[in-house]
Write a protein that binds this ligand. Structure first.
Ligand code: ZN
Ligand code: ZN
Length: 100
């Protein structure tokens, strides 16, 4: 069963493991410009991680015109990924491909 869905703007790509999903998001989609600080980050997991590691929830809500449930959804996704993903492997793969 393919449990991980890309989810970026209606993208239906599905993956057996989360590492491949993140690699797909990073290499197949346009980069995202952070609305808080203007940094260009990969779309998907890395964009969520950037938003919540680098900024407060209040900054995120203001910049993205988001509400608390939008924050909670993203925090849940981030947590679910970090519970199972081998992010060192993801980052190494992406560096080897020159995508990071
Ligand atoms: Zn996708
Ligand atoms: Zn930012």
């Amino acid at each position: 069963m393919s449990r991980w869905k890309c989810g970026i703007e209606g993208c239906d790509a599905r993956f057996e493991n989360v590492e491949n999903a993140i690699i797909h998001q990073t290499t197949e989609h346009e980069r995202h410009e952070c609305k808080v600080c203007g940094t260009i980050v990969p779309e998907g997991y890395f964009a969520i991680r950037h938003a919540f590691d680098e900024h407060t929830r209040a900054e995120f809500v203001r910049a993205y015109d988001a509400d608390s449930s939008a924050v909670r959804i993203r925090e849940d996704i981030k947590q679910a990924i970090e519970d199972v993903a081998d992010l060192n492997r993801v980052v190494k793969t992406l560096r080897d491909e020159g995508a990071l």
